[in-house]
Design a protein around this ligand. Structure first.
Ligand SMILES: *Cc1c(COP(=O)(O)O)cnc(C)c1O
Length: 423
């Protein structure tokens, strides 16, 4: 490609934007060289968890071998070093989400804990008898259950936005659900079972028109698209580090500072308090008010390294490459007779969910596994989605930027084998 400005096609790391060198990128992920049942690993279960680049593994090892200490406590060198790196990771997460203040970034174990925090702290404080919480028909179980428990406890009600046969939310129905009793809207950004990208900006704008705050589940979107909580104007946003090429056990909750200030602590313990006497405890300021006990210091540092790694490649380039791969996969799978894709939204990313004739998805998964191909089978923690499509389960291949067309070809070949076995 020739352009007037030779640097116009380069990203921050100086690589040409056109040439996404996936072979080079795969070198960064040691596990992709593994063999499974004697076959090269084809990892297509990225929506469950992602693989980790060498730089993340190195950051973990470096932390534990050279600076392991507790944070926010010691005057000694290691503790100060650990605190500095832990807080630097918080800053990287803030930048990733385009939040404006480190006080708005609460480090938690992951999406599930982040939602629990909002449900237990904000929810208990603000949701009462007869109030309503709006969720969507494609929420993850970790979402549905928190709100159900809260509703039962408070005498509140769950309202569910339905979807069409392509797996797109019906916005007219959403409009109708928004009412004077609505106290919170809680929506998944990118569905893990269907791949649908929901129109969150519009959803948020409509809720804000009625003064209702919105929580966005970013567990799937954060690894696959550029996130901007400012532009989105969400009130809360949660994600998990392990789906973003970082370690397990670490993630973040973003919340607007004024909301977080007004909320009571979620758990009690060290770090969340400023002073304690037997008469009175004074809570620490943000974000520490919500970070009780010793945090996952190494995990945060590892996640920081994952974010650096992503920034080095460029999320927009990763997303563009994945989109091409998704189109290729959609095209290839569509040619298989008796295969039905579940989730065909116009705005879609990384997920290829399907059913194949009347073959149980578990059998599909088992045969593919014998070929070294890792996919997910089951209801993907979204049973209501399965009910909506009148199926018990799907087989799901989910992509990452280190996957290749060869991975898709291997999947198609594997599915051919499944068909052979069952014919
Ligand atoms: C994975 C996932 C969750 C739960 O994340 P954890 O890391 O298990 O806490 C929630 N929502 C969606 C959409 C997910 O994909």
């Amino acid at each position: 490609m020739t352009t007037a400005n030779p640097r116009a096609n380069e990203n921050a790391s100086g690589k040409a934007a056109g040439a996404f060198d996936v072979a080079r990128i795969r070198e960064d992920f040691p596990i992709l060289k593994e063999k499974v049942h004697g076959k090269p690993l084809v990892y297509l279960d990225n929506a469950a968890t992602s693989q980790k680049p060498r730089v993340v593994l190195d950051a973990l090892e470096h932390y534990y071998t050279t600076e392991n200490a507790n944070v926010h406590r010691g005057v000694h060198y290691l503790s100060q070093q650990a605190t500095q790196d832990y807080e630097a990771a918080r800053g990287k997460i803030r930048q990733l989400l385009n939040a404006s203040d480190d006080r708005e970034i609460i480090l938690v174990r992951g999406t599930t804990e982040g939602i629990n925090l909002v449900a237990q702290s904000y929810g208990r404080q603000n949701i009462g008898e007869g109030d309503e919480i709006i969720i969507s028909a494609m929420e993850h179980h970790s979402y549905i259950v928190h709100w159900q428990i809260l509703c039962q406890e408070r005498g509140a009600h769950l309202r569910v936005i339905p979807m069409n046969d392509d797996g797109e939310l019906l916005m007219d129905e959403y409009e109708k659900l928004l009412g004077p009793r609505t106290k919170l809207v809680s929506i998944v950004h990118l569905s893990n079972s269907l791949g649908t990208i929901n129109p969150v900006e519009q959803i948020i704008e409509m809720a804000h028109g009625r003064g209702v705050p919105v929580l966005i589940d970013g567990a799937q979107s954060t690894p696959h698209m550029t996130i901007d909580v400012h532009k989105m104007d969400c009130d809360f946003f949660v994600f998990s580090g392990h789906k973003l090429y970082g370690p397990t056990g670490i993630g973040a909750l973003y919340g607007k500072a004024d909301l977080l200030e007004s909320m009571p602590p979620y758990q009690s313990g060290g770090d969340m308090i400023k002073s304690v006497t037997f008469e009175k405890t004074i809570y620490n300021s943000l974000p520490y008010k919500f970070e009780a006990g010793t945090p996952n210091i190494g995990g945060a540092i590892g996640l920081g390294a994952a974010i650096d790694y992503i920034n080095g490649i460029g999320m927009d380039r990763m997303a563009a490459y994945e989109h091409e791969l998704l189109e290729y996969g959609t095209e290839r799978l569509s040619t298989i007779s008796g295969l039905r894709l579940i989730g065909t939204a116009r705005e879609k990313a990384d997920v290829l969910s399907f059913v194949l004739r009347d073959i149980h998805p578990h059998d599909i998964g088992t045969i593919l596994d014998s070929e070294g191909i890792a996919i997910r089978t089951g209801h993907h923690c979204t049973q209501p989605v399965m009910d909506r499509f009148s199926i018990p389960a799907t087989a799901r291949a989910s992509l990452a930027f280190y996957n290749t067309r060869e991975d898709i070809d291997a999947l198609v070949k594997g599915i051919d084998k499944v068909i052979e076995v069952f014919s």
